[in-house]
Design a protein around this ligand. Structure first.
Ligand code: SF4
Length: 291
């Protein structure tokens, strides 16, 4: 009798999952294998509120033919920030067993009203500088792409305009120094997704940074004609990470003086210590059953 083929769930990978593994394999283990979320900082919540408000503006532009006015968009941002900050306090409560006093000390210095003011200024600048000149073809477009080795790439493309230019938008406090935007894996990832969805290459790509300074906001644009990371290189990265994930490769290679491992930054510091103490098997027994 023919043996029935066992169904194995595909390994679903988003760009942020891939980058989590690159930044710290243990983070991947705690977040995606054990399913434990660390509370995000308030600044991250501001980034999410801005992202959502910008996306909402493009959606309305597509559906209604015109984007919300600046005051309307600012009001939308305020509402979204309030909602994200409510989530922040809930996450703090839920993840209290992970929180270090260094994280709390850092968070205490972040004022919610500063985030509100800076983001409100940022929205106005973004709309004047970018949105006004951008006609969206699609925004927040979801994708699920089956690949070899039972892997599925998942995510959403931020924005593609009617000239077939792919946009990625980030918010930050300082102007980033980007030497080689054409080697940016994020753009390569979304370029691949765009090609899969539309069967054509984007005309070009841009990475826009909305910089929120203490008193002002401005936008910096980095254009890229074409990613230098081709499909094969991208697949090699994906294959290597998926192999590591499937084979329990969770080595930490950060040195003791790395800022990445500081207690103020690493939300998983307590789990990291526990893993060192009790080992992977006991951690799996303890946390995987909780999922
Ligand atoms: S302490 Fe360092 S290695 Fe450990 S989980 Fe945090 S970032 Fe990763």
């Amino acid at each position: 009798m023919k043996k029935k083929k066992e169904f194995v769930k595909p390994l679903r990978l988003s760009f942020s999952q891939l980058m989590t593994y690159v930044r710290c394999p243990e983070h991947y283990l705690f977040r995606y294998i054990f399913g434990i979320r660390t509370p995000s900082g308030k600044a991250m919540k501001q980034g999410s509120a801005l992202h959502d408000a910008i996306a909402e503006g493009y959606m309305r532009k597509m559906e209604e033919g015109r984007a919300p006015s600046i005051p309307q968009a600012q009001e939308m941002y305020r509402k979204l920030l309030r909602k994200h900050l409510e989530d922040y306090y809930e996450e703090l409560e839920r993840g209290s067993f992970l929180i270090t006093k260094e994280f709390l000390a850092k968070e205490r210095k972040v004022s919610s009203s500063d985030l509100l003011d800076a983001g409100t200024r940022g929205i106005a600048v973004y709309k004047k500088e970018i949105e006004r000149r951008t006609d969206p073809l699609f925004a927040e477009e979801p994708f699920e792409i089956p690949l070899r080795n039972n892997i599925e790439l998942v995510g959403r493309i931020d924005l593609v305009d009617t000239s077939h230019i792919l946009h990625e938008t980030k918010t930050t406090k300082k102007k980033p120094v980007l030497q080689q935007t054409s080697l940016d894996p994020q753009l390569a990832f979304y370029q691949f997704a765009y090609e899969y969805l539309t069967s054509q290459k984007p005309k070009s790509m841009v990475k826009d940074f909305l910089i929120l300074g203490k008193k002002d906001a401005f936008v910096v644009r980095y254009p890229v004609r074409k990613s230098e990371i081709g499909k094969n290189s991208l697949f090699r990265i994906i294959d290597a990470i998926s192999f590591a994930v499937r084979n329990n490769v969770w080595y930490c290679v950060h040195t003791a003086d790395s800022w990445v491992c500081s207690q103020g930054w690493c939300g998983y510091f307590k789990l990291h210590r526990e893993l060192r103490k009790v080992g992977l098997e006991r951690m799996k027994q303890k946390y995987m059953n909780k999922k």
